[in-house]
Unconditional design. Structure first.
Lengths: 248, 221, 305
């Protein structure tokens, strides 16, 4: 058997500068969290707008949102990522292209591709949740608001959305956790997030099992803690009398 | 953009697509079998069974599929060698199939569990009153109805897996995406092949999800 | 110091001459596995032009190292007296090749793998099959001609290669402020260079010449810069399996002694190669000639330019 177990490997020097392998994990985790948060903000805003668009009584508007959802849900995430990373920069106007490709730090441009990709991908899914949430509300709510003279934006902003968000917290939580897990695709375009650092550690140190075990533990712990946290929040803000619409 | 290189590459792309479909089919079949077993464990009266299955599901649902694929690819042969004591060649294909089966089982388990729970409790009571065992009751009464109800959800999850198989890119298994990347790269036309790959994935997934929706309407009681 | 590899080379050559087919009873390790299963699994690359790459839709690898690999298979067929030995191909990347040899997925990998002391702790290397220098590929006529010109610039290299380590260490030591991009394979690295995302691509010179061969306009690019290291490629086999390593070594030395290697070299480096029919015009270096005269499995001696 030619495998040397060494759980102390994380405190060893990597041979690049003065970094230890643990430093790599810390910086990788930082990128993973950074990607997840920025992508989630994009997804939540865009997804809410699209979700509202799908429910408004206007055919053109709702069709646009439907087309968006179908496109972004039916192309694999990895293909979308390659399109954002390799293809889209080539389509920019000449001078913008030069700035993006040469002056921008490559880590920044990889980061941009990933957050835009993940944000837009997840927006399609958030859209469906928001739509479900809105449609789950009793129709009387909308009619009552209309009767009181509310305009359409007011109905959404003051009446429908606040309640819809509260009942779709569980599916939104699982969408956020999906963003967190999906951020690992960034490793395939050379962004040194958690999975990429793990692979690099496995390769540099030859301690494959230790490297992957640590990564698994980090993902698992973060995921579980987030889930428990969201469950608490969910209980706090539950709308009395309305059961949550879980599921896909 | 110059799409003239596509036609000579079609045989390679077709082989890649066959690989993608094979991965998906095996992942779905294995995932459903394992997932059903896990769901029965979760619902079983035994606390321990239910805990083990619960832990399994939580574990696989909280780590990225990409991590599972990479991990299995590199580690499974080592583990097998520790068990069997000799070199057991496990190619990218086998390790990816195993990764998909085990990963998807966690998701299929939840679908099956929800399906079983949607069957009215009265039926379980009636089965027990007839003196059926847990196994008999599940096999003869509950599961056939549950599967009918959850077929659309299972198919939707399969479409998701169809897209997720593209992640085998990371271990160099030549599926549809990887064959498109390789055929594009070798003639310096990566972007064109990327666009084609996106279109093909879209067409298949879109058509499949439409079919599932139609079926859902027909199956609705 | 040069005498040591020389003696070793003679010893290996002598061993090759007196080697006879081994009988099944004494087989161990990989040879036993190959004999029992009737299959051998070869590791190959998809974009290490012209060493091991996929040139067309068939998906079959071709290249210099691949031809050597096939010669090894032929020799093993004879050794084991198994003319119908089945050959499996397993695609590897720079990052997966070592674990895959270690974990038993791949029996032998001839691609573009540098033999160095660190890797030799994880796998065993055959006698050397090529010698390269790590250099740069940049745009012809650009102002980037050597490593010093790259301060503060975007430089791409392939993840899991010796070049990646060298340039990351250089960047840290000399505080050059380069942005090092690690792409998944040589094809993606070159795509980053060609699309202008990086001003230079650091890699083994022969591979850089190979990448040029598939460029939209090969004359736009040139290999330049002071070599940062000289490295010897070897085929990888599992560690501590002397019988299999010997079979591999014998096969390669056989190619060297018969002069067959010159034909293989010419086929990939001085004649048009697929898929575009470009000639790399990369004549055999004196170092490689020496290596072929005195085959040995040592890493290249440390000599920094």
């Amino acid at each position: 058997m030619n495998y040397n177990w060494d759980w102390g490997v994380f405190f060893k020097s990597t041979g690049v500068g003065t970094e230890t392998y643990l430093d790599w994990y810390v910086s990788g985790l930082g990128w993973t969290i950074g990607i997840s948060i920025v992508a989630w903000i994009i997804a939540l805003i865009l997804g809410s707008v699209l979700g509202v668009m799908r429910t408004v009584p206007n055919r053109i508007v709702s069709t646009i949102a439907t087309v968006y959802v179908e496109i972004f849900r039916n192309v694999p995430l990895l293909v979308q990522l390659f399109i954002w990373y390799f293809l889209v920069p080539d389509l920019l106007p000449e001078n913008l292209q030069e700035w993006y490709k040469q002056d921008l730090n490559p880590t920044t441009s990889a980061f941009l591709s990933v957050v835009v990709c993940l944000g837009l991908f997840t927006a399609a899914r958030v859209c469906e949740q928001v739509r479900t949430g809105i449609q789950a509300l009793p129709r009387g709510q909308e009619s009552a608001a209309r009767a009181m003279g509310f305009k359409l934006p007011q109905i959404y902003w003051n009446v429908l959305l606040p309640q819809a968000y509260r009942i779709i917290i569980p599916p939104l939580t699982s969408e956020f956790l999906n963003v967190f897990k999906n951020s690992s695709v960034a490793s395939l375009i050379g962004l040194m997030e958690l999975l990429a650092q793990t692979k690099q550690t496995a390769e540099f140190s030859a301690n494959l099992f230790e490297a992957f075990t640590l990564a698994t533990l980090i993902y698992f712990t973060l995921n579980m803690s987030l889930m428990l946290l969201m469950r608490l929040i969910e209980k706090k803000v539950a709308v009395p009398g309305l059961i949550s619409v879980g599921g896909k | 953009m110059d799409f003239s290189g596509i036609v000579p590459a079609i045989p390679g792309l077709w082989n890649g697509m066959l690989m993608t479909l094979k991965l998906m089919a095996m992942g779905v079949v294995g995932g459903i079998v394992l997932g059903t077993i896990l769901a029965l464990m979760r619902l079983s009266p035994s606390k321990w069974m239910s805990r083990i299955a619960g832990a399994y599901v939580n574990y696989f649902r909280s780590i990225p599929l990409l991590l599972v694929i990479t991990w299995f690819y590199l580690a499974v042969p080592f583990v097998l060698r520790w068990i069997t004591g000799e070199d057991t060649p496990v190619g990218a294909f086998t390790s990816c199939v195993v990764a998909f089966m085990m990963f998807e089982a966690a998701y299929f388990c939840e679908i099956v569990r929800a399906g079983v729970q949607s069957i009215s409790r009265g039926q379980m009571g009636a089965a027990q009153a007839l003196g059926m065992t847990y196994g008999q009751m599940m096999r003869l009464i509950i599961l056939p109805q549950a599967f009918r109800k959850m077929t659309p959800l299972l198919l939707q999850q399969s479409i998701i897996l169809f897209q997720d198989t593209s992640l085998v890119y990371t271990v160099g298994l030549v599926d549809f995406l990887n064959s498109a990347r390789a055929s594009g790269d070798i003639i310096g036309r990566s972007n064109e092949f990327l666009v084609i790959a996106g279109l093909v994935y879209f067409t298949i997934s879109f058509a499949a999800s439409r079919l599932v929706k139609l079926m859902q309407k027909r199956l609705a009681v | 110091m040069r005498i040591v590899p020389h003696i070793l080379g003679v010893a290996i050559a002598a061993a090759a001459l007196i080697s006879t087919p081994v009988s099944a009873a004494e087989l161990t390790g990989t040879l036993k596995k190959i004999n029992d299963s009737g299959t051998i699994t070869l590791g190959h690359r998809d974009s290490s032009i012209p060493f091991s790459y996929i040139a067309d839709a068939s998906g079959k690898p071709v290249g210099y190292s691949h031809d050597i690999q096939l010669a090894i298979v032929e020799a093993i067929k004879k050794d084991l007296n198994k003319p119908d030995l089945k050959v499996n191909y397993n695609l590897v990347t720079s990052q997966t090749r070592i674990p895959l040899v270690q974990n038993g997925t791949v029996d032998v990998e001839c691609g573009s793998t540098t033999n160095n002391a660190e890797r030799a702790q994880q796998v065993d290397f055959s006698v050397g099959i090529f010698e390269i220098g790590t250099r740069l590929l940049t745009k012809t006529g650009s102002s980037y001609n050597d490593f010093d010109d790259l301060k503060g610039k975007n430089v791409v290299t392939t993840a899991g290669t010796t070049s990646e380590r060298i340039i990351k260490a250089m960047n840290a030591d000399k505080q050059m402020g380069m942005n090092v991009i690690s792409a998944k394979d040589h094809g993606e690295s070159f795509q980053m260079l060609e699309s202008g995302r990086a001003v230079a691509f650091m890699m083994d010179d022969a591979l850089l010449a190979g990448e040029m061969a598939k460029a939209k306009k090969p004359t736009d690019w040139h290999v330049t810069g002071t070599p940062q290291s000289y490295e010897i490629y070897g085929c990888m086999v599992r560690k501590d399996d002397p019988a299999f390593k010997k079979a591999v070594d014998d096969a390669i030395v056989g190619l060297y002694k018969s002069g067959e290697i010159n034909k293989i070299y010419a086929k990939w480096f001085t004649q048009p190669i697929p898929p575009k029919g470009l000639n790399l015009e990369f004549p055999m270096s004196p170092e490689l000639k020496k290596l072929i005269e005195n085959p040995n499995d040592k890493p290249a001696p440390e000599k920094k330019a």
